[in-house]
Design a protein around this ligand. Sequence first.
Ligand code: COA
Ligand code: AMP
Length: 632
Amino acid sequence: MSSAGASSRYPQTYAAWQHDPEAYWAEAAEAIAWDRRWDRVFDPTKGAFGQYFVGGMMNTCFNALDRHVLAGRGEQAALIWDSPMAGRCETFTYREMRDRTARVAGALASLGVRQGDRVVIYMPMVPEAAITMLACARLGAIHSVVFGGFAAAELAKRIEDAQPRVIVSASCGLEPGRVVGYKPLLDAAIGISAHKPEACLILQREQALAPLIAGRDCDFAEAEAAAMPADPVSIPATDPLYILYTSGTTGRPKGIVRDAGGHAVALHRSMGMVYGLGAGDVFWTASDVGWVVGHSYIVYAPLLAGCTSVMYEGKPVGTPDAGAFWRVCAQHGVRVLFTAPTALRAIKQQDPEATMLARHDMSKLEALYLAGERCDPPTAIWAAEKLARPVVDHWWQTETGWPITAGFRGLGLFPAKPGTGGRPAPGYDVQALDDSGHALARTQTGNLAIRLPLPPGCAPTLWQDEAGYRHAYLDDFPGWYRTGDAGVVDADGDVSVMGRTDDIINVAGHRLSTGAMEEVLASHPAVAECAVVGAKDALKGQAPLGLVVLKAGVALDPRTVETELVALVRERIGPVAAFKDARVVARLPKTRSGKILRASIRRLADGEPAAPPPTIDDPAILDEISAVLALR
Ligand code: COA
Ligand code: AMP
């Protein structure tokens, strides 16, 4: 059980933040090297809800790398790349990381990249992905990493929106049983996009070399070798460090912006406060640099704090077996592991007794943190029993960039109360609101919201879409940030997150838009209308299920259409959508005003009783849908 008793510093730390947020964040900011100190810790007159460290000048890459070298930690491991996919394991010291990053920054600069320019990074889990992110930060350029499991059309949307001067990619990624050609996807995406980059920097991997396009493409290794190292560029703390696109409720992804100064302060603070780690400690986040978890806890936070970060190119199972995570923890002396519940479910499915655990020396591991999706209690209990270590669920999202709620190793409020996502981190005032925006009493479930202003590190805006930011997050509940999650704050103040209140689903910890999938299904010439919902999945938490009604007079075999629809979503959105189940139905359940009753479909798919809502047009349709779903 969590304890906020005498030994916990959580209550006083949270109270100190509540009492004087500016003093709290000013103190946290002392951990960062500033080229110019801020004029104001927080200026409420700027931006959508205010801005942090206004007037301050700094460089995130300097703070993540150079600073540690200058402090005498140059020979300490900064990054351990462990790739069962490539059969390689390499360690990079802080000095090596700084030197490579400075040269890659020089290579980008020689391609014309300057402060404020965008660079899209479409790479697998290779060290060069982290190095390129840091190289952009070094130049004050804004990176936008796109997850490798997205298809060319999704990459194209992000290229069009971010308008990068340069794109950095690799010849291929490595997935179990197949080599994924990244370069052909990149070429296709550039073909689709109205915006064309001036140059592409391509990392050639030996598993599949890619032909380079003369006049546009350069070889990453050659460019790095030929480059002059570039020095860090001091940028305003309020300038963007990166854009990370995430799923919204439509097919158009949202460009989440992260400002440099607040991000560095908040992430550095989180390493000690949440995970209880500091310089020299080994931290492993088993995610992908294409997600916010990878941005924050594979790359930026551990390096800002001087930790050793493990970057893993592999899966929890099958590379080679369900003991892979334990092998990595033992081999590298991991003190804290952070992963998604799906990874644990995959391990538990294949090795329910955790026999593989006994084969590895787990003595260094102190805790397991989980996030990305709701963790089902049986999985959390299984992990805690087998590992005999605290398992901590913590809740956050791309927009916030760091945990909203957690158990705090560094404050002695640890682990989080089982079944909850823990307490709000200092900086966040979390409440459940009713649909009119009134705060609910504790223990009542509602819309989880964060009182404005958000703390440093949280997205101040959407890329070139401040109105969209206000509309998506601030307009519904004035004075609050709408998280899009439903949940409850209990009598102790612990927060439980139940699920989304919008059309976003979470598949294997990956955030996906059902609206985007519906757009793809609706584009099929045989489809009249459709609905996609997230149905419960024993492994991935949720899996998309698509129901489609065919146009009158379509003579195609429904099975053929279903197969085509699965292929279409894979082609347009990518394999990450994991869209494998499309069903042709005669009708969709609707309200009398014509709104599709997606919640009823989801309940039927989950095998829950779906009493017809009073607004339903024709209750008999639910029985028809049940009959079709029973064929699964
Ligand atoms: N590049 C190209 N393709 C990718 C990819 C990448 N970076 N990442 C995933 N894919 C593909 C996979 O190969 C798979 O393709 P397939 O349909 O041909 O098999 C598809 O996208 C779905 O991938 P994934 O969700 O990883 O499912 P999986 O069935 O391959 O593996 C698990 C199942 C449980 C092992 C896997 O989902 C997993 O490791 N989950 C942990 C999730 C996680 O860490 N999330 C981070 C969020 S914090
Ligand atoms: P992403 O932006 O991809 O990180 O996804 C964020 C969403 O994932 C949140 O809004 C939640 O819906 C869900 N999520 C993340 N962490 C948790 C958690 N610990 N418990 C429940 N849901 C979570």
